[in-house]
Design a protein around this ligand. Structure first.
Ligand code: SF4
Ligand code: SF4
Length: 167
């Protein structure tokens, strides 16, 4: 199956890179998901959301796969859809995932000295926004350079996600 080849080496729709949360199908699914140890939030309209990064993700694989909520069963990113239709070869899709994951690693490496450990629990876009906003008025040149590199790397990653992975 394509998902075995592609999704198990990716996880970008689960780890807070693509999304900050996904909508659940109401209170009963939210309760079931919470019982699995996953985090549930609600938005302003009291809609239940699965909070990302998902606690069910181990590396790039779903550890609760047979019990995953409906949103996870139905979501297919653009790359997966294109590979399914034969518009992108499996080899090229694997390369696109590996390239995107390398970009994510680069952003994580730049973020590490600019944030607390607890921040890693937040979606990536929020972490980047916090790190870029938190600079003191005067900062040493190394930190300033790192912030500039983070801004550039995160803009490039956002472009990659929009082009290859948005649905
Ligand atoms: S982003 Fe696409 S390829 Fe990656 S895990 Fe999600 S659906 Fe699969
Ligand atoms: S339950 Fe599984 S498929 Fe759904 S977001 Fe979490 S790790 Fe991903």
């Amino acid at each position: 199956m394509l998902t075995d080849t592609l999704c198990t080496r990716c996880g970008l729709c689960c780890d807070g890179t693509l999304f900050g949360d996904v909508e659940l199908r109401g209170p009963s699914e939210a309760a079931r998901v919470e019982a699995l140890g996953l985090e549930v939030d609600t938005d302003d309209a009291d809609t239940e959301l699965l909070a990302l990064p998902c606690a069910g993700l181990t590396g790039t694989r779903c550890s609760v796969y047979p019990h995953r909520p409906q949103c996870c069963r139905t979501f297919e990113c653009r790359l997966l859809q294109q590979a399914r239709r034969g518009e992108v070869s499996v080899d090229d899709a694997v390369k696109a995932i590996d390239d995107a994951r390398a970009q994510v690693r680069r952003v994580h490496a730049l973020l590490a000295p600019l944030e607390s450990r607890q921040a890693a629990r937040l979606p990536l876009s929020e972490r980047v926004a916090n790190a870029l906003a938190a600079g003191p008025v005067r900062e040493d040149s190394r930190t300033a350079r790192r912030r500039t590199e983070l801004r550039t790397a995160s803009t490039a990653l956002r472009r990659t996600l929009k082009v290859n992975f948005a649905d």
